[in-house]
Design a binder for this molecule. Structure first.
Ligand code: UGA
Length: 429
């Protein structure tokens, strides 16, 4: 099929590349000329395992190309995916201005039947909005359909998630369109669910909000465990073996960050408010998440006393492992709070330091975890990169001023840490 992807962020770039890899002709469009020229030159603007190699392969085979021209993207394509950003407005609602602008531009260039697909996470009713905008601005009497096909990929495992999603949700306005999508995704051999457009839009928000709820739930259980002398990691095991609960998204820690959960939970609260539906449950989920870092710093102070003048090593800056993405990263909140209280920070992250330097220029960046730990009063694990689990802790202990570890993601075994002579403080244990 001939596919146009508008927006080359995480979702757009990964989806477009995977569609090309499945044998489709894909043109990716982005208004950012610098980004497109980098992609044309073979440079991939984001760190995502396996993506660069897949892009190079498909560009070399002429199935994948990049342009800033909407005309070049839209005209030859039957399927046009909108994958632009929907950032949060100060009110908590998603800002749909990019989606609206793209819909207007698509309208300028359609002269034959097309299927327009909302891939960005957009509130219920956005399919209708896109349809209205295109109808209002189209130059010819061409027919078109609007589909909601939400994306469920996670950063850090985006290629694997796109190739093997748990399910594919297709919010189709009619049978003909649904069949086209069944064909598009057939080779993945994954469960496909055909729904109406509104339900597909809702599925995406409900899924992200539910996962965020699991995380906040276990984080409150962790707070309780700290008070009651229980170990949240044992509690998670005991809960997770129940198939109705499962182990996934039950890791207690500093809370959820990234470009999706914080934004989508806020947006769903706004949608509920708009329809007059009480969703205090989700408001509570957000509040719990906002309190994670202050609570953690409180625990640090119980151990360290005054933070003023303390030198603190921070391992991990990205909002999760295997990405260089710093959006809504818990490291930012933590660093800001520690700096306010007079700490000096030495940080290391395997991938996110370039992005972090732009946001947090006031801290010291180190070339390894060992360099970060050198002559510090405490070490904090913020992101659970695999390499931190494999550190030579004996070496870390020798270089630190005092061997105190705050493990914000529970990556170490407390018994091993005590045996090695550390003062060890995990989350909920
Ligand atoms: C999330 C969803 O998992 C994807 O299904 C969805 O497609 C995506 O949002 C999106 O809407 O685009 P992502 O934000 O990339 O994906 O990352 P996650 O792996 O979901 O992690 C989100 C945050 O939750 C991270 O800060 C992570 O550290 C935190 N988390 C995750 C926990 O604190 N505990 C857990 O058990 C799991």
């Amino acid at each position: 099929m001939n596919i146009c992807i508008i927006g080359t962020g995480y979702v757009g770039l990964v989806t477009g590349t995977v569609f090309a890899d499945l044998g489709n002709e894909v043109i990716c469009v982005d208004a950012d000329a610098e980004k497109i020229s980098a992609l044309q030159g073979g440079k991939v603007p984001i760190y995502e395992p396996g993506l660069e190699e897949m892009i190079h392969r498909n560009v070399a085979d002429n199935r994948l190309s990049f342009t800033t021209s909407m005309k070049k993207g839209v005209e030859p394509s039957n399927l046009i995916f909108i994958a632009v950003g929907t950032p949060t407005k100060p009110s908590g609602e998603p800002d749909l201005s990019q989606v609206k602008a793209v819909a207007r531009e698509i309208a300028e260039h359609i002269s034959a039947y097309k299927i327009i697909v909302n891939k960005s996470t957009v509130p219920v009713g956005t399919g209708d909005l896109v349809r209205q905008i295109i109808n209002r601005h189209k130059k010819s009497d061409t027919d078109f359909d609007v589909v909601s096909n939400p994306e469920f990929l996670r950063e850090g495992s985006a290629i694997a998630d796109t190739l093997a999603p748990d399910r594919i949700v297709i919010g189709a306005p009619n049978h003909k369109v649904a069949v086209k999508f069944l064909e598009l995704y057939a080779s993945l051999e994954r469960p496909m669910l055909i729904t109406d457009v509104y339900s597909a839009e809702m599925i995406k928000y409900a899924s992200n909000a539910f996962l965020a709820t699991k995380i906040s739930f276990i984080n409150v259980i962790a707070n309780l465990c700290e008070k009651a002398g229980a170990d949240v990691t044992s509690v998670i095991k005991g809960m997770g073996y129940d198939k109705r609960i499962g182990f996934q998204f039950l890791q207690a820690g500093l809370g959820y960050g990234g470009s999706c959960f914080p934004k989508d939970t806020e947006a769903l609260v706004c949608t509920a408010g708009k329809y007059g539906v009480d969703f205090k449950l989700l408001e509570g989920v957000i509040k719990i998440n906002t309190n994670r870092v202050p609570h953690f710093v409180g625990r640090m102070k119980e151990v360290l006393g005054d933070i003023q003048g303390k030198v603190i090593a921070l391992l991990g800056l990205a909002f999760k492992p295997d990405t260089d993405d710093m959006r809504e990263a818990k490291s930012i909140e933590l660093i800001e709070l520690l700096l306010q209280q007079g700490a000096e920070i030495k940080a290391y992250d395997p991938a996110a330091m370039n992005n972090s330097r732009k946001i947090l220029p006031q801290i010291t960046y180190c070339s390894s975890a060992y360099e970060a730990a050198d002559k510090t009063d405490a070490l904090v694990v913020v992101t659970e990169w695999r390499e931190f689990k494999l550190l030579n802790l004996e070496r870390i202990k020798e270089t630190m001023k005092s061997p105190v570890i705050f493990d914000g993601r529970n990556i170490y075994d407390p018994t091993v840490m005590y045996r090695q002579g550390f003062s060890y403080h995990g989350v909920g244990r």
